[in-house]
Design a protein around this ligand. Structure first.
Ligand SMILES: [Zn+2]
Length: 352
């Protein structure tokens, strides 16, 4: 799924102004007209996603929706009958296409006869990925992971799990309203700026309200977790880590430090610029460690220890490999590493 393991000890001093997170179906007002709700997630390492209800005239604009699960539908029904009651849902905005964010968008927009608003690449990529459900694992995917150093057992696991994305997403709406980077949206009385980031997902939407000094950051800026930045078999030469680092720097230029950040996981916090700096620094350190490892040629799976504190089990292997290749492709992009393919199709990376 979307996130890498929690990174303990990220040293920067962030402030968390809200004590207790809302229980499922409950809400906490974090700024005028902005309610914080939580939906459950089934992963032990990440058991929740934050979603936001923005007062929008007589109704609500919802930002992010939770994963398609029976629990999520029940949580939304409780919230809509309780805390959010009395106002209709007018619009559903999704920050990006990962199932914990967009999973219930189709259900909510159909229940409330309203539209999904998101960026074009998030909508289109999601349509593409859900269409994989029911297909067999493609040979391109097998070649990609074999090339990363996976053994037959890991490849069998990949084949058996292929297409899981679509199972966590309720049938998407067949049309949507596109949001463009830099666009100004009117939500109720307030103006929000669309701030697009790349690297975690193709065209990730953040929403900045200068008047309220609030940034809805999605997975682009999380306080206690490092967002997963991965290369996938559909685009083996992609360089999402460079895009990610550029996006973090760009957000620092565009959004002032004094905002309250509303992230999709963990808790609302203050200290945006310190967190952006720490995220950039963390990746630069990992890039340096990976580079260090490559005095001898290594495969993507051989540099895990430079990237992750925990042992990588088979469940995490896809994400870990994607993240490893993201760091390697970034180093290739910087011209300091090269990859050579051997007779078996395995890529060996070496320092230049
Ligand atoms: Zn995500």
């Amino acid at each position: 799924m979307p996130l890498a393991a929690t990174e303990p000890g990220a040293g920067e001093a962030l402030i968390y102004p809200f004590g207790v997170a809302p229980a499922a179906g409950q809400a906490v007002e974090v700024a005028p007209g902005i309610l914080w709700l939580r939906m459950r997630l089934p992963m032990p390492a990440l058991n929740h996603i934050n979603v936001w209800a923005l007062q929008d005239g007589e109704g609500w604009t919802l930002v992010d929706t939770g994963m398609q699960l029976r629990d999520t539908a029940a949580d939304w029904q409780n919230a809509l009958a309780g805390t959010l009651a009395g106002r209709p849902v007018l619009r559903v905005i999704c920050t990006h296409m990962h199932p914990d964010h967009i999973g219930m968008a189709g259900w909510l927009t159909r229940q409330h006869d309203c539209r999904l608003w998101t960026t074009r690449l998030e909508y289109v990529t999601c349509r593409m990925l859900v269409a994989d459900t029911g297909r067999e694992a493609p040979s391109d995917g097998v070649r990609f992971y074999r090339g990363s150093g996976w053994d037959d057992e890991a490849l069998e696991h990949y084949k058996a799990r292929f297409g899981g994305f679509g199972k966590a997403v309720y049938t998407l709406p067949d049309s949507y309203r596109r949001i463009i980077d830099g666009e100004e949206l009117a939500i109720g009385e307030r103006r929000w700026h669309a701030v697009v980031g790349r690297g975690h997902s193709p065209e990730h939407l953040c929403l900045h309200c200068p008047e309220l000094k609030v940034l809805i950051s999605g997975d682009q800026v999380l306080p206690r977790i490092t967002s997963n930045v991965s290369v996938f078999p559909t685009e083996p030469d992609a360089n999402p880590l460079s895009e990610w680092l550029e996006s973090l720097a760009s957000i620092k230029r565009q959004v002032p430090d004094d905002v309250l950040v509303l992230p999709s996981h963990n808790e609302p916090f203050r200290g945006l610029h310190a967190r952006l700096d720490a995220l950039i620094e963390g990746h630069e350190e990992r890039l340096a460690r990976v580079h260090q490892e490559l005095a001898q040629p290594k495969r993507a799976i051989d540099v895990f220890s430079a990237l992750f504190r925990r042992r990588v089990g088979v469940e995490m292997l896809g994400m870990a490999t994607g993240e490893s290749i993201a760091h390697l492709n970034c180093l290739i992009g910087r011209g300091v590493v090269a990859g050579d393919v051997d007779a078996a199709g395995v890529v060996w990376y070496r320092r230049l």
